[in-house]
Design a protein. Structure first.
Length: 276
C-alpha cells in the first residue's frame, strides 16, 4: 500500500454510494486499492459484496438527456449543468432539445463536429454553450453525443429526461415492441446485445472476480474454473440484452420475445445514458 495516499471520508462515502457496501468495508477496500475506485470495487466484489457488475453507464451530474429518432437513425445528446435548478429551467430545456434536433438533422460525425455546427444568432453550438456559462454562472457542458443507425431505431426518454436510450433493430418494428425493448434497456442496463458482444476486458474482469469469489468459498482448485464459468453464464443472462428475462414476462427472454413476433428480428445495437 502507498502510505502517501490519503483516503478521505468523502472518498469512502462516494464508494459507498457507488456500491451500497458498508462504510468500513469501503474504507478498507479503498485503502488496499491505494484510492483507486475501480480496483476498490473489484476488491469488494471478490470478497463477496453484492455490487452491481454493470458500471458501464456514462456518468454525468445534473442536466438533461434527449433521445430522438427519424426512424432509421437515433441520437442521444446530454447537456449538463451543475444544479438541477438550472436543468429544469425552461430555457435550458428548450436549448437542450434544440441541440438534439440539430444533431438528428445534420448527422455530425462526433461530438466535436456537433459543437461546431451553427446554432442561431451567428453562434455555433459550442459558442452557445459558452454563452450559457457566462449568463447562468455555473458550468454548462454538452458532454455526450451518441448515435446509431439501423433498419429501425427507437428512442426512449424516461420521464424527467435523466435517463434515455436508443435501440436499433434489423428491421421495422411496431411502436409497442420497440418501446418495450427500449424500456428494457432503460430499466435493466445491459452491457451488450449478446454474449459475443461483451467487451473482452470486461469479460476477463468478470471471470477473475468469479474465480476469486469461488476461492473465497473454499472450493477445490480443480473446480474453480468450472464454477467460475457458471457464474459467467449467470452474468450473460443478467447483463446481455437478448439473454435477459423480459421485464413484462419473465417466462421468456428478450430474444424469445423478438422471435415470437418475427423469427429473424433482432437488436443490432443500443446506447443508454443516465445522469449520475
Amino acid at each position: 500500500m502507498d502510505m502517501s495516499v490519503t483516503i478521505t471520508a468523502s472518498d469512502v462515502n462516494k464508494l459507498r454510494t457507488m456500491t451500497g457496501a458498508g462504510m468500513m468495508d469501503c474504507k478498507k477496500a479503498l485503502t488496499e486499492a491505494n484510492g483507486d475506485f475501480e480496483a476498490a470495487i473489484d476488491l469488494l466484489r471478490k470478497k463477496g459484496q453484492k455490487v452491481a457488475a454493470n458500471r458501464s453507464d456514462r456518468e454525468a451530474n445534473q442536466g438533461r438527456i434527449v433521445a430522438l429518432t427519424n426512424g432509421t437513425r437515433g441520437i442521444l445528446v446530454v447537456l449538463n449543468s451543475e444544479t438541477d435548478f438550472v436543468a429544469i429551467n425552461e430555457d435550458f430545456i428548450k436549448t437542450a432539445d434544440a441541440f438534439a434536433k440539430i444533431a438528428l438533422e445534420k448527422s455530425p460525425a462526433d461530438q466535436a463536429a456537433l459543437l461546431a455546427l451553427p446554432y442561431e444568432g451567428g453562434m455555433s453550438i459550442g459558442e452557445k454553450v459558452t454563452e450559457m456559462v457566462g449568463r447562468i454562472g455555473e458550468k454548462i457542458e454538452l458532454s455526450k453525443y451518441e448515435q446509431i443507425s439501423a433498419g429501425s431505431v427507437i428512442a426512449y426518454n424516461h420521464p424527467g429526461n435523466k435517463l434515455a436510450c436508443i435501440v436499433g433493430f434489423n428491421k421495422t418494428v411496431s411502436d409497442e415492441l420497440g418501446k418495450n425493448v427500449a424500456m428494457q434497456v432503460a430499466a435493466m442496463a445491459p452491457v451488450a446485445v449478446d454474449k459475443d458482444d461483451v467487451d473482452a476486458t470486461m469479460l476477463e474482469r468478470e471471470l477473475e472476480i468469479a474465480r476469486e469469489q469461488v476461492r473465497a468459498e473454499g472450493k477445490p482448485e480443480d473446480m474453480i474454473e468450472k464454477i467460475a464459468q457458471g457464474k459467467i453464464n449467470k452474468f450473460y443472462k443478467e447483463s446481455t440484452l437478448l439473454n435477459q428475462e423480459f421485464i413484462k414476462d419473465n417466462k421468456k427472454t428478450i430474444r424469445q420475445y423478438l422471435q415470437d413476433t418475427d423469427k429473424d428480428l433482432t437488436v443490432t445495437g443500443f446506447k443508454r445514458i443516465i445522469l449520475g
